[in-house]
Design a protein around this ligand. Structure first.
Ligand code: ADP
Ligand code: MG
Length: 682
């Protein structure tokens, strides 16, 4: 790298002292840092025609000042400056708030350029930018940087201009010529000019395209290189399963696997056979049939003489899994055991022995599985169901119980592909994107809250037919108490409506987990007809007789969660219904309700959610894991991401690519982040 690029910004005229500190605060130390600081957006300063500009839109006009500015004081440090401006044939008003100093600058008879929000009714602009003089001195697009302290955009642009003049020709090209030619991408200097000093809209667009691709390519190269290193370094076990036996098992299942299930089984088997450790996520919508895929994977491992583990987040779920697994796997001789918090010490002791001497092939359970005294003879595969319910630490402990067993995670929260390949870059992802044939769509209605009584009547008619129902109340984040209050209120209300006709159950986060299990079991056994609950009911529970769900204040939930909740019904052969009781105020909220009524497809909803909330919020604040990009935007640039992913895969496999002089800059970048070994290339 040339010395110029690494020169301190203080080598530029005008940067020192306070300014230098502010820049350092923004992470800008060298000239290279400066020119690689990208704006968060470009302001459009093109002149617009007043007659054609809609109400409330941003507009830039040039006109002659027609009146002396007047100032009106609006109390407490607030003022409004107003003058008239003649723009072509239109005489309009211009306001500026709290910019009294303009009074002496805006002079009747002179030409000024004004940008602001257009109020069509009042024929007025509420000004945000002004320029004394005609528009010709302006650029059409001005980059807006996110600056700190008292640093002004204008001043920052001056520094940028000087820096670019200084280092322009020294900036290294990261993208080889043929790559740029294929995608028609601008060379780096032209692209930088397009970002910082664009000639026109097209220039901005092309500049952005180039940096988006570059950023995503480097990201994908790093990610894939890391994955490769991890695979090479982690010693796993190669599992020689008996394919014939697996085929026989599949033939005994009560149904034909869907094409998606078959594909995922194949992906898993391939991983099992390889000597590296499998680290794979299976994502599939609620009801897409993940359990049977897990069963086949576990059986595969068992045919090779290993043991398997399936961990579920709740006791009920673990018990349900044991029932299914017994049905499928006992006939082929698999010995299955259950271990949960309620397993009696005596039974537990025997079980420990059986696990250690290999008399149990498959252990299903809850957190109880990760106690230190649970040891295996030969653990080969660990599967975690509803993986988001477990902490990273719990998953690690379980995995470490074997000699690097293969690990498989299952989740029913569909993640848009773009996010899956970025956020879960370190995992391989398998997707079951197809539902078993013959499923009935859950009929979903969005209803105003005032129609509560009618909704309850509708529910009653389902109950009369012997069906069961869920009533879900929202989680109120600020207060656990309110949350409980909410469900208790609804519970009381329903209890008084139905008197002794139907039994109502109550479930919320304040209950002890054994109490929760008890309520859930009563519902599952049909002893309770209506279950009033917070979202704790969300995970995997299977009560096929429940056909009706009411979600209170549905606008408070995100799309992913609404979809998860809805998945509790529609599990049997009867038609199921979901009613969203909601009066959303925001457009966003309305959009969400509408989406829910329009589709049952979790992946479609996930895409919609991503679009509405953006990638940062998608997983909730806690566990985002989505990288921050300078230029790229995962919602809009998903095609570029996919292209970059494929290209990175190709490049990493090609020694030729890395030998070329043109990739030197990429190579340095990867070496610096420790994912590329310098030896390999030279
Ligand atoms: P999830 O992916 O939500 O865990 P499950 O594994 O519980 O879904 O499957 C839901 C239901 O669909 C179960 O009753 C299961 O036996 C059934 N199922 C799974 N695969 C198929 C298939 N290929 N054809 C028909 N039914 C299936
Ligand atoms: Mg499941």
């Amino acid at each position: 790298m040339s010395n110029k690029l690494l020169q301190s910004v203080s080598s530029l005229k005008g940067i020192g002292g306070e300014t230098e500190k502010t820049l350092a605060d923004m992470g800008i130390l060298t000239l290279q840092d400066l020119v690689m600081t990208f704006p968060y957006r470009h302001e459009d300063f093109r002149l617009k025609n007043i007659a054609e500009t809609p109400h409330n839109e941003r507009i830039t006009v040039e006109g002659r000042v027609e009146s002396e500015p007047t100032i009106q004081f609006l109390g407490r440090n607030k003022s409004r400056l107003q003058f008239r401006l003649l723009v072509g044939p239109h005489l309009i008003k211009v306001f500026f708030f709290n910019q009294g100093y303009l009074k002496n600058k805006i002079i009747p008879g002179e030409i000024v350029t004004i940008t602001g929000k257009w109020d069509r009714g009042r024929q007025a602009i509420s000004g945000s930018h002004y320029f004394l003089g005609p528009k010709t001195d302006h650029v059409d697009y001005e980059p807006m940087y996110s600056l700190k302290g008292s640093l002004q955009q204008k001043k920052f642009r001056k520094f940028m201009q000087k820096a670019l003049q200084e280092v322009g020709l020294d900036i290294e090209e990261c993208l080889p010529l043929d790559v740029r030619e294929i995608y028609k991408l601008l060379p780096v200097l032209e692209a930088l000019e397009g970002i910082h000093f664009p000639k026109n809209a097209e220039h901005v667009k092309q500049a952005r395209r180039r940096f988006v691709y570059e950023e995503l390519l480097i990201f994908q190269l790093k990610m894939q290189a890391l994955k490769k290193i991890r695979k090479e370094q982690t010693q796993g076990i190669s599992i020689s399963y008996d394919i014939q036996k697996i085929k026989e098992l599949i033939a005994t299942l009560p149904y034909e696997l869907t094409a998606a299930q078959k594909r995922v089984v194949n992906e898993i088997c391939k991983d099992l056979k390889e000597p590296h450790r499998m680290n794979r996520l299976i994502q599939g919508d609620v009801g897409s049939g993940k359990t049977v895929v897990a069963a086949i994977a576990l059986y595969a491992v068992i045919t090779a003489g290993f043991q398997g583990v399936l961990m579920a987040p709740t006791e009920i779920l673990a018990e349900q899994h044991v029932v299914s697994l017994n049905e499928w796997l006992s006939p082929v001789g698999v010995r299955i055991a259950l271990l949960t918090g309620s397993t009696k010490p005596k039974v537990r002791k025997i079980l420990h022995e059986q696990l250690q001497n290999g008399e149990v092939d498959l252990l299903v359970g809850t957190h109880a599985l990760i106690q230190p005294d649970v040891e295996f003879l030969k653990l080969g595969l660990v599967i975690t169901d509803e993986q988001h319910r477990f902490g990273v630490e719990q998953r690690r402990v379980l995995r470490d119980k074997g000699m690097n067993p293969d690990v498989l995670f299952m989740t029913a929260t569909p993640i848009p592909r773009t996010l899956a390949i970025t956020a879960f870059g370190e995992m391989d992802v398998s997707t079951i994107d197809e539902m078993p044939a013959g499923r009935k769509e859950i009929e979903t209605h969005w209803v105003k809250k005032e129609l509560f009584d009618q909704t309850i009547k509708r529910m009653a008619s389902e109950l009369q037919n012997g069906r069961q129902a869920y009533v879900i109340c929202p989680l109120i984040e600020e207060s656990d108490k309110l949350d409980v209050q909410n469900t208790v209120d609804v519970y009381n209300q329903l209890s008084s409506i139905f008197h002794n006709q139907y039994k109502i159950g109550l479930m919320h986060g304040r209950l002890h987990s054994s109490e929760k299990d008890e309520v859930m079991r009563a519902f599952s056994d049909g002893k309770i007809q209506v279950l009033v609950s917070t979202t704790v009911v969300e995970v995997g529970v299977n009560v096929p007789n429940a056909t009706f769900m009411i979600i209170y204040d549905a606008e408070r939930f995100g799309l992913a969660q609404l979809h998860q909740l809805r998945g509790r019904v529609g599990r049997g052969s009867e038609q199921s219904y979901c009613v969203l009781l909601a009066d959303p105020k925001s457009e966003d909220g309305k959009e969400r309700m509408k989406s829910m009524t329009e589709t049952n497809d979790g992946f479609k909803l996930a895409e919609k959610d991503l679009e509405l909330r953006g990638p940062g919020d998608f997983f909730g604040r806690k566990q985002s894991g989505v990288p921050e990009f300078k230029m790229a935007d995962l919602v809009h640039d998903y095609r570029a991401l996919e292209t970059a992913r494929q290209d990175a895969e190709k490049h990493l496999a090609s020694d030729e690519f890395w030998m070329s002089d043109e990739t030197k800059c990429l190579r340095t970048n990867l070496e610096q982040s420790g994912v590329l070994d310098g030896d390999r290339i030279d």
